[in-house]
Design a protein around this ligand. Structure first.
Ligand code: SAM
Ligand code: DTB
Ligand code: SF4
Length: 351
């Protein structure tokens, strides 16, 4: 049962640390209980990402392949033509995604770029896809312009705790990030905000990041939880990897603290076993980035993800493709499976 006390904005650091210290089974049970009250546990949402402007970013984010401050041998690309973006969005829709997320390696969009991104929003939206953009910091006027164009979601992450932040990024402040999130919210767009784990932060930092997200004036509609993808040439290339169960715990805690939000299992799935991903789904993750690439790094093959979706019995949210197309399993086999499970249910009911 949902209760009025589930949605809170007054989490203390100590409470969150106590959640981390729960026995794993208890934490998972609490996360699943909340998950089932707010979401259909069989449903998964698929977002596809496209880098619309790649590399040469003036920001110095220590983890990022696209920062001009690090030598990562990345091929830089100017802002993509609108027609090419639309072509990619169509392909994403055909493969079953219901949201298309466009990312640009900018500190913030320039005045001359705004008309192009506005056009992208309008065209992608007209395909019947939800739209999301991540373009760096936004002024309130820019947020208003994107909202007016029909942009559904804006992604801007807090990335890590306020305490750990200065050892990761120096070219924009935590407050700058909070200001952008406020501009997005005030403009009426849905907020997508999360962070990255495995940046050499402590458990206390992870708890503090979760507090910063859940104590925003409204919970982000979407919370991407990224596992660092180590990039050669960045200062974090050789950081000690985070233990996977600690990642799963953090997903469970995000679910408990932000019950109604979509929690997205984001970067890092390429290096994660199906079993760890499944634990993340059990912990309350109900969305993934779907498609062979994230922005500059690989993501699992769409075919492999469709097989996983099928193995776990997920339904794809707002899917406009048939189950056969989504799973790659012939319709006759799906029909036979369904008949068999109906028969089992009938036998169970008679027993
Ligand atoms: N430039 C924009 C910005 O930072 O606001 C948008 C693009 S940026 C690549 C979006 C997010 O991707 C970052 O905030 C970070 O959380 C995540 N990210 C970037 N590089 C990553 C990496 N190597 N591993 C995991 N997550 C990463
Ligand atoms: C988010 O939180 N993760 C996505 C999306 N928002 C834009 C980006 C992940 C990027 C991973 C590294 C790369 O591919 O460059
Ligand atoms: Fe630029 Fe975004 Fe990468 Fe930071 S995370 S360097 S802002 S592209």
């Amino acid at each position: 049962m949902k209760t009025s006390t589930d949605i809170r904005h007054n989490w203390t650091l100590q409470e969150v640390i106590s959640l981390y210290e729960l026995p794993f089974q208890e934490l998972m049970f609490r996360a699943q209980t909340i998950h089932r009250q707010y979401h259909d546990p069989q449903e998964i949402q698929l977002s596809t990402l496209l880098s619309i402007k790649t590399g040469a970013c003036p920001e110095d984010c220590n983890y990022c392949s696209q920062s001009g401050h690090h030598n990562t041998n990345l091929e830089k690309e100017k802002l993509m033509k609108v027609a090419k973006v639309v072509e990619q969005a169509k392909l994403a829709k055909e493969k079953g995604a219901d949201r298309f997320c466009m990312g640009a390696a900018w500190r913030s969009p320039s005045k001359k770029d705004m008309p192009y991104v506005v056009e992208m929003v309008k065209e992608v939206k007209s395909l019947g896809l939800e739209t999301c953009m991540t373009l760096g910091m936004l002024s309130s006027d820019q947020a208003g312009e994107l909202a007016e164009a029909g942009l559904d979601y804006y992604n801007h992450n807090l990335d890590t705790s306020p305490e750990h932040y200065n050892s990761i990024i120096t070219t924009r402040t935590y407050q700058d990030r909070l200001d952008t999130l406020e501009h997005v919210r005030a403009a009426g767009m849905k907020v997508c905000a999360g962070g990255i784990l495995g940046l050499g932060e402590t458990r206390k930092d992870r708890a503090s990041l979760m507090c910063a997200l859940a104590n925003l004036p409204a919970h982000p509609n979407s919370v991407p939880v990224n596992m660092l993808v180590p990039i050669e040439g960045t200062p974090l290339a050789d950081v000690e990897p985070l233990e996977e169960l600690e990642f799963v715990r953090t997903v469970a805690i995000a679910r408990i603290m932000m019950p109604a939000s979509t929690v997205r299992l984001s970067a890092g799935r390429e290096n994660m076993s199906e079993s760890t991903q499944t634990l993340c789904f059990l912990a309350g993750a109900n969305s993934i980035f779907y498609g062979e690439a994230l922005l500059t790094t690989p993501n699992p093959d769409a075919d492999k993800d469709r097989q996983l979706i099928q193995k776990l019995g997920f339904k794809i949210k707002n899917a406009e493709i048939t189950e056969e197309e989504a799973t790659g399993i012939p319709a006759e086999v799906l029909a036979a499976d369904e008949a068999e499970s109906k028969q089992e249910m009938f036998i169970d009911a008679m027993a």
